[in-house]
Design a binder for this molecule. Structure first.
Ligand code: NAI
Length: 333
């Protein structure tokens, strides 16, 4: 079984190599991002491994199928970059890494919140400049506030548990409510409007799909209190960028923490320090003093990287040996 690994980042190499050896696989690692132009690189391979920024849309899948690709192993949990219906139609087996460290993303979400609330980046810079004044660094006490979680799956729940531990009340909006969670966290499942109106901190953790794209849009954003924080470590497309910019321009949000951005594909994971960037939306967001953006690094811990490498290569090993792939790792319609 010959495997081509697209979009291999420097930071994941040593984890991938370790598990490649362990599972006795034959993997060729390339930095190239998969899209229609470069799809021919997959000629001669049986399987490809893909990152969340690779293009797995219909035409790319059709070309991959013509080239004889039988399996796609995603090195991500989310699969909004893949046309699953087409992959199934073409008989391509697709696997993912459903859970690699939900706590890593939840902890990063808390980090974003604390940084925008207590203004740590600014405070750090001031002290570095021997400026020990406090003006402008005032935050709010998080204890006692209401946290609204949209999508309480693995990551949303991990974040809810952290915030419960900090003394917050928890509201949840989820298409599949769970009574055990309601009990464990003394949480309340509410509709989206209620959550947006009542929460002091809103955090997005649902997957990106046709139902959730722009779940925060020009209408729903108006329901959010002007004193609230909005956090997104889910997917950029959950928020309509222009609606967010308009709301921030009106000074109607206390702060925004983003680990993902609607049009991040061409910007994130690359060094633009010499060339600058031309994405107007991102530039505008970066211009607000109460917006903190990180470059999709929520997952970026040793434990998560190791789990991603292990599970994605284990899926390939099982497939190549005709063994059963864990049900939760297999993408089905
Ligand atoms: P999960 O599948 O465990 O949980 C998702 C939850 O969202 C489920 O409880 C589901 O019922 C709920 N949901 C689905 N549709 C909904 C809707 N229309 N409204 C409200 N809730 C809805 O997924 P997990 O592992 O918690 O990941 C969540 C998302 O986090 C992923 O889809 C991915 O987009 C993002 N993610 C971000 C990372 C980062 O580095 N920033 C890393 C990994 C995942």
């Amino acid at each position: 079984m010959k495997v081509l690994c697209f979009s291999t980042h420097e930071f994941e190499q040593r984890y991938l190599k370790r598990w490649e050896e362990y599972y006795n696989l034959n993997v060729v690692f390339v930095e190239t991002k998969l899209n229609e132009t470069v799809v021919q690189l997959a000629r001669g391979f049986d399987c490809i491994s893909c990152w969340a920024s690779d293009d797995l849309s219909k035409p790319v899948l059709e070309s991959l199928s013509e080239l004889g690709i039988k399996m796609i192993s995603l090195r991500s949990a989310g699969y909004s970059h893949l046309d699953l219906i087409k992959a199934k139609e073409l008989g391509i087996t697709v696997t993912r890494v459903p859970s690699y460290s939900p706590e890593a993303i939840a902890e990063h979400t808390l980090g974003l919140l604390m940084c925008i609330n207590r203004k740590y980046p600014k405070a750090f810079q001031r002290v570095k400049d021997f400026n020990f004044t406090l003006d402008g660094l005032e935050g709010i006490t998080i204890h006692g506030k209401t946290v609204g979680i949209i999508g309480a799956g693995q990551i949303g729940l991990a974040f809810a548990r952290i915030m419960k531990g900090m003394g917050c009340a928890i509201l949840i909006n989820d298409v599949s409510p769970r009574s055990d969670i309601e009990e464990e966290l003394s949480a309340h499942y509410v509709d989206l409007k209620t959550l947006l109106k009542r929460s002091d901190i809103i955090s997005l953790h649902c997957p990106l799909n046709e139902r959730t794209r722009h779940i925060i849009n020009s209408e729903t954003i108006e329901l959010i209190k002007p004193t609230a924080f909005l956090l997104n470590t889910g997917r950029g497309g959950l928020i309509e960028t222009q609606a967010l910019i308009s709301k921030l321009k009106k000074k109607e949000l206390r702060g925004v923490g983003l680990d993902v951005y609607e049009y991040e594909e061409d910007v994130f994971f690359k060094d633009h320090s010499e060339s600058g960037i031309s994405d107007e939306g991102l530039l505008r967001l970066m211009g607000f003093p109460n917006v903190l953006i990180t470059s999709h690094q929520g997952f970026f811990t040793k434990e998560a990287l190791d789990n991603i490498a292990k599970t994605s290569l284990e899926n390939i090993a099982n497939f190549s040996q005709g063994k059963d792939i864990l049900k939760e790792n297999l993408l089905t319609l």
